[in-house]
Design a protein around this ligand. Structure first.
Ligand SMILES: [Mg+2]
Length: 420
Protein backbone atom coordinates (compact mmCIF):
# COMPACT_ATOMS: atom_id res chain seq x y z
CA UNK A 1 0.00 0.00 0.00
CA UNK A 2 1.02 3.57 -0.70
CA UNK A 3 0.11 6.64 1.30
CA UNK A 4 0.23 10.35 0.81
CA UNK A 5 0.27 12.95 3.53
CA UNK A 6 -0.94 16.31 2.28
CA UNK A 7 -1.21 19.43 4.48
CA UNK A 8 -4.57 21.16 4.20
CA UNK A 9 -4.42 24.74 2.84
CA UNK A 10 -0.75 24.61 3.73
CA UNK A 11 0.31 28.28 3.71
CA UNK A 12 -2.83 29.42 5.48
CA UNK A 13 -2.39 26.64 8.04
CA UNK A 14 1.21 27.74 8.70
CA UNK A 15 -0.03 31.29 9.39
CA UNK A 16 -2.75 29.96 11.68
CA UNK A 17 -0.34 27.90 13.79
CA UNK A 18 1.21 31.13 15.08
CA UNK A 19 -1.87 33.29 14.95
CA UNK A 20 -4.88 31.31 16.19
CA UNK A 21 -7.05 34.43 15.80
CA UNK A 22 -7.13 33.48 12.10
CA UNK A 23 -9.00 30.24 12.82
CA UNK A 24 -12.52 30.22 11.46
CA UNK A 25 -11.95 33.39 9.45
CA UNK A 26 -11.48 33.77 5.70
CA UNK A 27 -7.71 34.02 5.15
CA UNK A 28 -5.71 34.28 1.93
CA UNK A 29 -1.96 34.23 1.37
CA UNK A 30 -0.65 36.52 -1.37
CA UNK A 31 2.10 36.14 -3.96
CA UNK A 32 5.25 38.27 -3.94
CA UNK A 33 4.44 41.95 -3.79
CA UNK A 34 1.03 41.11 -2.36
CA UNK A 35 -0.51 40.78 -5.82
CA UNK A 36 -2.48 37.56 -6.24
CA UNK A 37 -4.01 34.85 -4.11
CA UNK A 38 -1.82 31.76 -3.78
CA UNK A 39 -3.57 30.01 -0.88
CA UNK A 40 -7.03 30.15 0.66
CA UNK A 41 -8.64 28.96 3.84
CA UNK A 42 -11.87 26.97 3.45
CA UNK A 43 -13.81 30.09 4.48
CA UNK A 44 -12.13 32.07 1.67
CA UNK A 45 -12.96 29.27 -0.80
CA UNK A 46 -16.61 29.47 0.27
CA UNK A 47 -16.59 33.19 -0.55
CA UNK A 48 -15.70 32.22 -4.11
CA UNK A 49 -12.16 33.62 -4.00
CA UNK A 50 -10.05 31.92 -6.66
CA UNK A 51 -6.41 30.87 -6.86
CA UNK A 52 -4.32 33.34 -8.83
CA UNK A 53 -6.92 36.10 -8.56
CA UNK A 54 -5.36 39.59 -8.27
CA UNK A 55 -6.58 41.22 -5.07
CA UNK A 56 -7.49 44.55 -6.67
CA UNK A 57 -10.30 42.70 -8.46
CA UNK A 58 -11.88 41.58 -5.21
CA UNK A 59 -11.31 44.56 -2.94
CA UNK A 60 -15.06 44.74 -2.20
CA UNK A 61 -15.35 41.09 -1.16
CA UNK A 62 -12.29 41.47 1.05
CA UNK A 63 -13.71 44.52 2.80
CA UNK A 64 -17.24 43.21 3.19
CA UNK A 65 -16.14 39.87 4.65
CA UNK A 66 -13.11 41.01 6.64
CA UNK A 67 -10.86 38.66 4.70
CA UNK A 68 -7.44 38.50 6.35
CA UNK A 69 -4.55 39.07 3.93
CA UNK A 70 -1.14 37.51 4.59
CA UNK A 71 2.00 38.28 2.61
CA UNK A 72 3.82 35.09 1.68
CA UNK A 73 6.36 34.11 4.34
CA UNK A 74 8.23 31.35 2.49
CA UNK A 75 10.88 31.11 5.16
CA UNK A 76 8.21 30.08 7.65
CA UNK A 77 6.50 27.72 5.20
CA UNK A 78 9.81 26.08 4.25
CA UNK A 79 10.66 25.44 7.86
CA UNK A 80 7.20 24.07 8.68
CA UNK A 81 7.46 21.81 5.65
CA UNK A 82 10.79 20.45 6.85
CA UNK A 83 9.26 19.73 10.27
CA UNK A 84 6.37 17.84 8.72
CA UNK A 85 8.63 15.80 6.43
CA UNK A 86 10.91 14.88 9.36
CA UNK A 87 8.00 13.55 11.39
CA UNK A 88 6.72 11.44 8.48
CA UNK A 89 10.07 9.66 8.20
CA UNK A 90 9.50 8.18 11.67
CA UNK A 91 6.57 6.09 10.52
CA UNK A 92 7.66 4.41 7.30
CA UNK A 93 10.92 3.04 5.97
CA UNK A 94 10.72 5.31 2.95
CA UNK A 95 9.10 8.63 2.04
CA UNK A 96 9.14 10.63 -1.16
CA UNK A 97 8.95 14.39 -0.67
CA UNK A 98 6.57 15.28 -3.45
CA UNK A 99 6.07 18.99 -2.83
CA UNK A 100 6.37 21.54 -0.07
CA UNK A 101 3.27 20.17 1.63
CA UNK A 102 3.03 16.58 0.38
CA UNK A 103 4.96 13.34 0.79
CA UNK A 104 4.29 9.82 -0.43
CA UNK A 105 4.70 7.11 2.19
CA UNK A 106 5.75 3.57 1.41
CA UNK A 107 3.65 1.10 3.41
CA UNK A 108 4.74 -1.96 1.45
CA UNK A 109 5.24 -5.02 3.59
CA UNK A 110 3.36 -3.56 6.53
CA UNK A 111 0.51 -5.25 8.35
CA UNK A 112 -2.61 -4.37 6.33
CA UNK A 113 -4.89 -4.65 9.33
CA UNK A 114 -2.98 -1.84 11.08
CA UNK A 115 -2.96 0.70 8.25
CA UNK A 116 -6.18 2.46 9.17
CA UNK A 117 -4.94 3.03 12.69
CA UNK A 118 -1.46 3.99 11.46
CA UNK A 119 -2.90 6.58 9.05
CA UNK A 120 -4.76 8.22 11.90
CA UNK A 121 -1.71 8.10 14.16
CA UNK A 122 0.37 9.84 11.49
CA UNK A 123 -2.28 12.50 10.95
CA UNK A 124 -2.64 13.13 14.69
CA UNK A 125 1.11 13.21 15.32
CA UNK A 126 1.79 15.76 12.57
CA UNK A 127 -1.05 17.88 13.90
CA UNK A 128 0.16 17.71 17.51
CA UNK A 129 3.83 18.21 16.70
CA UNK A 130 3.56 21.00 14.12
CA UNK A 131 0.04 22.39 14.43
CA UNK A 132 -0.62 21.58 10.78
CA UNK A 133 -3.84 19.79 9.79
CA UNK A 134 -3.04 17.06 7.27
CA UNK A 135 -4.91 14.49 5.18
CA UNK A 136 -3.42 11.02 4.96
CA UNK A 137 -4.71 8.86 2.12
CA UNK A 138 -3.71 5.18 1.89
CA UNK A 139 -4.55 3.00 -1.11
CA UNK A 140 -3.04 0.39 -3.45
CA UNK A 141 -1.55 3.04 -5.81
CA UNK A 142 -0.29 6.62 -5.72
CA UNK A 143 -3.18 7.88 -7.85
CA UNK A 144 -5.78 6.23 -5.59
CA UNK A 145 -3.97 7.47 -2.46
CA UNK A 146 -4.30 11.01 -3.78
CA UNK A 147 -8.04 10.51 -4.14
CA UNK A 148 -8.25 9.03 -0.63
CA UNK A 149 -6.48 12.06 0.85
CA UNK A 150 -8.92 14.38 -0.93
CA UNK A 151 -11.77 12.49 0.73
CA UNK A 152 -10.37 13.42 4.15
CA UNK A 153 -10.58 17.09 3.25
CA UNK A 154 -14.16 16.71 2.13
CA UNK A 155 -15.34 14.61 5.05
CA UNK A 156 -14.10 15.88 8.45
CA UNK A 157 -15.56 12.80 10.13
CA UNK A 158 -12.73 10.75 8.62
CA UNK A 159 -10.46 12.52 11.14
CA UNK A 160 -7.62 13.25 8.76
CA UNK A 161 -6.98 9.75 7.41
CA UNK A 162 -8.59 7.40 4.92
CA UNK A 163 -7.54 3.83 4.13
CA UNK A 164 -9.25 2.97 0.85
CA UNK A 165 -8.57 -0.61 -0.20
CA UNK A 166 -11.75 -2.67 -0.73
CA UNK A 167 -12.54 -2.83 -4.47
CA UNK A 168 -16.20 -2.03 -3.83
CA UNK A 169 -15.28 1.08 -1.82
CA UNK A 170 -12.83 2.21 -4.48
CA UNK A 171 -15.47 1.83 -7.18
CA UNK A 172 -17.98 3.82 -5.14
CA UNK A 173 -15.49 6.66 -4.66
CA UNK A 174 -14.38 6.67 -8.31
CA UNK A 175 -17.99 6.97 -9.44
CA UNK A 176 -18.21 10.21 -7.46
CA UNK A 177 -14.82 11.63 -8.46
CA UNK A 178 -14.94 14.08 -11.39
CA UNK A 179 -12.43 12.93 -13.98
CA UNK A 180 -10.63 16.29 -13.89
CA UNK A 181 -9.86 15.77 -10.18
CA UNK A 182 -7.74 12.71 -10.93
CA UNK A 183 -4.00 13.22 -10.44
CA UNK A 184 -2.43 13.50 -13.90
CA UNK A 185 -5.63 14.35 -15.75
CA UNK A 186 -6.27 18.01 -16.35
CA UNK A 187 -6.43 20.69 -18.99
CA UNK A 188 -6.60 19.23 -22.48
CA UNK A 189 -7.10 15.64 -21.38
CA UNK A 190 -9.98 16.62 -19.16
CA UNK A 191 -11.64 18.38 -22.10
CA UNK A 192 -10.99 15.44 -24.39
CA UNK A 193 -12.56 13.03 -21.90
CA UNK A 194 -15.56 15.23 -21.22
CA UNK A 195 -16.18 15.41 -24.98
CA UNK A 196 -16.20 11.60 -24.96
CA UNK A 197 -18.82 11.65 -22.23
CA UNK A 198 -16.30 10.50 -19.63
CA UNK A 199 -17.36 12.43 -16.54
CA UNK A 200 -16.03 10.48 -13.60
CA UNK A 201 -12.87 8.62 -12.70
CA UNK A 202 -14.93 5.42 -12.89
CA UNK A 203 -16.03 6.19 -16.48
CA UNK A 204 -12.37 6.63 -17.33
CA UNK A 205 -11.45 3.20 -15.96
CA UNK A 206 -14.09 1.68 -18.28
CA UNK A 207 -12.45 3.01 -21.46
CA UNK A 208 -10.57 0.50 -23.62
CA UNK A 209 -6.84 0.65 -22.79
CA UNK A 210 -5.95 0.91 -26.50
CA UNK A 211 -7.96 4.11 -26.83
CA UNK A 212 -6.35 5.60 -23.71
CA UNK A 213 -2.88 4.68 -24.90
CA UNK A 214 -3.52 6.16 -28.35
CA UNK A 215 -5.13 9.42 -27.26
CA UNK A 216 -3.38 10.03 -23.93
CA UNK A 217 0.03 8.37 -24.40
CA UNK A 218 1.60 5.86 -22.00
CA UNK A 219 1.22 8.32 -19.17
CA UNK A 220 -2.54 8.34 -19.56
CA UNK A 221 -2.49 4.55 -19.62
CA UNK A 222 -0.47 4.55 -16.42
CA UNK A 223 -3.12 6.66 -14.71
CA UNK A 224 -5.80 4.31 -16.08
CA UNK A 225 -4.00 1.28 -14.61
CA UNK A 226 -3.34 3.04 -11.30
CA UNK A 227 -7.05 3.83 -10.95
CA UNK A 228 -7.75 0.14 -11.52
CA UNK A 229 -5.46 -0.69 -8.60
CA UNK A 230 -2.31 -1.64 -10.48
CA UNK A 231 0.70 0.31 -9.12
CA UNK A 232 2.66 1.88 -12.00
CA UNK A 233 4.19 4.97 -10.45
CA UNK A 234 6.99 3.97 -8.10
CA UNK A 235 7.96 5.75 -4.91
CA UNK A 236 11.13 7.64 -5.74
CA UNK A 237 13.56 7.12 -2.90
CA UNK A 238 15.38 10.20 -1.79
CA UNK A 239 19.09 10.07 -1.85
CA UNK A 240 20.20 9.74 1.75
CA UNK A 241 23.14 11.98 0.95
CA UNK A 242 22.26 15.23 -0.74
CA UNK A 243 23.89 15.64 -4.07
CA UNK A 244 25.65 18.95 -4.33
CA UNK A 245 27.36 21.03 -6.97
CA UNK A 246 29.91 23.48 -5.69
CA UNK A 247 32.19 26.11 -7.18
CA UNK A 248 34.47 28.22 -5.05
CA UNK A 249 37.84 29.85 -5.24
CA UNK A 250 40.45 31.60 -3.12
CA UNK A 251 41.30 35.03 -4.44
CA UNK A 252 44.91 35.84 -5.28
CA UNK A 253 44.61 38.98 -3.20
CA UNK A 254 41.94 39.82 -0.67
CA UNK A 255 38.73 41.47 -1.81
CA UNK A 256 36.83 44.02 0.23
CA UNK A 257 34.75 45.53 -2.53
CA UNK A 258 31.18 44.31 -2.92
CA UNK A 259 31.08 44.84 -6.70
CA UNK A 260 34.17 42.74 -7.16
CA UNK A 261 32.89 40.01 -4.87
CA UNK A 262 29.61 40.05 -6.72
CA UNK A 263 31.27 39.46 -10.07
CA UNK A 264 32.99 36.41 -8.58
CA UNK A 265 29.81 35.03 -7.03
CA UNK A 266 27.82 35.60 -10.25
CA UNK A 267 30.50 33.75 -12.22
CA UNK A 268 30.50 30.80 -9.80
CA UNK A 269 26.75 30.65 -9.99
CA UNK A 270 26.80 30.66 -13.78
CA UNK A 271 29.22 27.74 -13.75
CA UNK A 272 27.28 25.61 -11.29
CA UNK A 273 24.05 26.35 -13.16
CA UNK A 274 25.63 25.06 -16.37
CA UNK A 275 26.75 21.87 -14.61
CA UNK A 276 23.27 21.46 -13.19
CA UNK A 277 21.66 21.73 -16.63
CA UNK A 278 24.24 19.39 -18.12
CA UNK A 279 23.13 16.61 -15.78
CA UNK A 280 19.48 17.50 -16.48
CA UNK A 281 18.73 18.43 -12.89
CA UNK A 282 17.14 21.22 -10.93
CA UNK A 283 18.01 22.44 -7.45
CA UNK A 284 15.95 23.57 -4.49
CA UNK A 285 18.67 25.28 -2.49
CA UNK A 286 21.55 27.61 -3.10
CA UNK A 287 24.21 28.55 -0.56
CA UNK A 288 26.55 31.52 -0.89
CA UNK A 289 29.55 31.73 1.43
CA UNK A 290 32.35 34.23 1.86
CA UNK A 291 35.20 34.24 4.35
CA UNK A 292 38.28 36.13 5.35
CA UNK A 293 41.76 34.68 5.60
CA UNK A 294 41.91 32.32 8.58
CA UNK A 295 45.65 32.36 8.70
CA UNK A 296 46.17 36.06 8.83
CA UNK A 297 46.86 37.19 12.35
CA UNK A 298 45.51 40.41 13.83
CA UNK A 299 42.89 40.81 11.10
CA UNK A 300 39.12 40.73 11.66
CA UNK A 301 37.76 37.27 10.87
CA UNK A 302 34.41 36.65 9.25
CA UNK A 303 32.79 33.50 7.90
CA UNK A 304 29.37 34.14 6.49
CA UNK A 305 26.98 31.96 4.54
CA UNK A 306 23.34 32.08 3.59
CA UNK A 307 20.96 29.46 2.24
CA UNK A 308 18.29 30.42 -0.26
CA UNK A 309 15.37 28.03 -0.77
CA UNK A 310 13.39 28.06 -3.99
CA UNK A 311 9.67 27.46 -3.88
CA UNK A 312 10.00 25.65 -7.23
CA UNK A 313 13.24 23.81 -8.02
CA UNK A 314 15.14 25.58 -10.77
CA UNK A 315 18.04 25.36 -13.23
CA UNK A 316 17.77 28.89 -14.57
CA UNK A 317 20.98 30.92 -14.47
CA UNK A 318 18.88 34.07 -14.27
CA UNK A 319 17.02 32.93 -11.19
CA UNK A 320 20.09 31.46 -9.52
CA UNK A 321 22.26 34.54 -10.10
CA UNK A 322 19.50 36.78 -8.78
CA UNK A 323 19.19 34.66 -5.63
CA UNK A 324 22.97 34.52 -5.15
CA UNK A 325 23.18 38.31 -5.52
CA UNK A 326 20.55 38.87 -2.85
CA UNK A 327 22.28 36.39 -0.53
CA UNK A 328 25.64 38.03 -1.02
CA UNK A 329 24.22 41.45 -0.28
CA UNK A 330 22.74 40.10 2.93
CA UNK A 331 25.99 38.57 4.25
CA UNK A 332 28.60 41.03 2.96
CA UNK A 333 30.11 43.21 5.67
CA UNK A 334 32.06 46.36 5.01
CA UNK A 335 35.58 46.57 6.34
CA UNK A 336 36.44 42.88 5.92
CA UNK A 337 39.01 41.58 3.48
CA UNK A 338 37.57 38.40 1.95
CA UNK A 339 39.87 35.64 0.82
CA UNK A 340 37.44 33.09 -0.47
CA UNK A 341 33.91 32.90 -1.87
CA UNK A 342 31.77 30.11 -3.23
CA UNK A 343 28.37 28.88 -4.29
CA UNK A 344 26.81 25.48 -3.54
CA UNK A 345 23.67 24.07 -5.13
CA UNK A 346 21.85 21.34 -3.23
CA UNK A 347 18.48 19.60 -2.91
CA UNK A 348 19.09 18.41 -6.44
CA UNK A 349 16.45 16.40 -8.31
CA UNK A 350 15.89 15.29 -11.89
CA UNK A 351 14.41 18.01 -14.06
CA UNK A 352 11.80 15.65 -15.47
CA UNK A 353 8.88 15.66 -13.09
CA UNK A 354 9.72 19.03 -11.51
CA UNK A 355 6.94 20.17 -9.20
CA UNK A 356 5.48 23.47 -10.26
CA UNK A 357 3.22 25.54 -8.12
CA UNK A 358 0.41 27.95 -8.58
CA UNK A 359 2.24 30.93 -7.07
CA UNK A 360 5.07 30.49 -9.53
CA UNK A 361 5.46 33.76 -11.38
CA UNK A 362 8.18 32.61 -13.76
CA UNK A 363 7.50 31.43 -17.29
CA UNK A 364 9.55 28.26 -16.88
CA UNK A 365 9.13 27.14 -20.49
CA UNK A 366 10.57 30.43 -21.68
CA UNK A 367 13.41 30.26 -19.16
CA UNK A 368 14.21 26.73 -20.29
CA UNK A 369 14.35 27.69 -23.94
CA UNK A 370 16.51 30.72 -23.15
CA UNK A 371 18.93 28.59 -21.12
CA UNK A 372 19.09 25.98 -23.90
CA UNK A 373 19.97 28.70 -26.41
CA UNK A 374 22.56 30.16 -24.05
CA UNK A 375 24.21 26.77 -23.45
CA UNK A 376 24.22 26.02 -27.18
CA UNK A 377 25.90 29.30 -28.10
CA UNK A 378 28.49 28.94 -25.36
CA UNK A 379 29.18 25.39 -26.45
CA UNK A 380 29.63 26.13 -30.13
CA UNK A 381 31.08 29.65 -29.96
CA UNK A 382 33.26 29.17 -26.91
CA UNK A 383 32.60 29.62 -23.22
CA UNK A 384 31.36 32.97 -22.00
CA UNK A 385 30.26 34.16 -25.46
CA UNK A 386 26.97 35.04 -23.87
CA UNK A 387 26.79 35.70 -20.14
CA UNK A 388 24.17 36.96 -17.80
CA UNK A 389 24.67 40.61 -16.94
CA UNK A 390 24.90 40.78 -13.17
CA UNK A 391 22.15 42.46 -11.32
CA UNK A 392 22.60 45.89 -9.82
CA UNK A 393 22.82 46.53 -6.14
CA UNK A 394 19.71 48.53 -5.59
CA UNK A 395 17.77 46.85 -2.85
CA UNK A 396 14.97 44.82 -4.34
CA UNK A 397 11.68 46.39 -3.53
CA UNK A 398 9.30 43.79 -2.21
CA UNK A 399 5.96 44.91 -1.04
CA UNK A 400 5.01 42.68 1.86
CA UNK A 401 2.68 44.69 3.98
CA UNK A 402 1.06 41.77 5.74
CA UNK A 403 4.10 39.65 6.53
CA UNK A 404 4.02 37.40 9.58
CA UNK A 405 7.19 36.92 11.59
CA UNK A 406 9.89 34.26 11.32
CA UNK A 407 8.37 32.37 14.23
CA UNK A 408 10.45 29.25 13.74
CA UNK A 409 13.55 30.58 12.02
CA UNK A 410 14.45 33.84 13.76
CA UNK A 411 15.33 34.02 17.46
CA UNK A 412 13.99 37.56 17.70
CA UNK A 413 10.61 36.43 16.41
CA UNK A 414 10.03 33.52 18.75
CA UNK A 415 6.69 33.81 20.47
CA UNK A 416 6.98 34.86 24.12
CA UNK A 417 4.72 33.19 26.63
CA UNK A 418 3.88 35.01 29.84
CA UNK A 419 3.49 32.93 32.97
CA UNK A 420 2.32 34.13 36.32
MG1 LIG B 1 -1.99 20.59 0.36
Amino acid sequence: MIGICDANNFYVSCERVFNPALNGRPVVVLSNNDRCIIARSNEAKTLGLKMGQPIYQIADVIRANHVVLCSSNFKLYGDMSRRMQTILKRFVPQTEVYSVDEAFLDFRGMDLTKLDELGHTISRTVRHSTGLPVSVGIAPTKTLAKIASKLCKKYPKLNGACYMHRPEDIEKVLRKTPVGDVWGIGGEYEELLLRQGVKTAYDFTQLPPGWVRKRMTVEGLRTWKELRGEPCIEIVAQNPKKKQICNSCSFPSEVSDLEELHTAVATFTTTVAEKLRKQKSVCGELVVFIHTNYFKENAPVSYESLIVRFSVRTDSTLELVAAATDALKAIFRKGFAYKKAGVILSDIAPKAGVQTSIFDTLDRGKHSRLMEALDRINETQGRRTVVVASRGFDPIKMDRQHLSRGFTTDLDDIIRVKTE
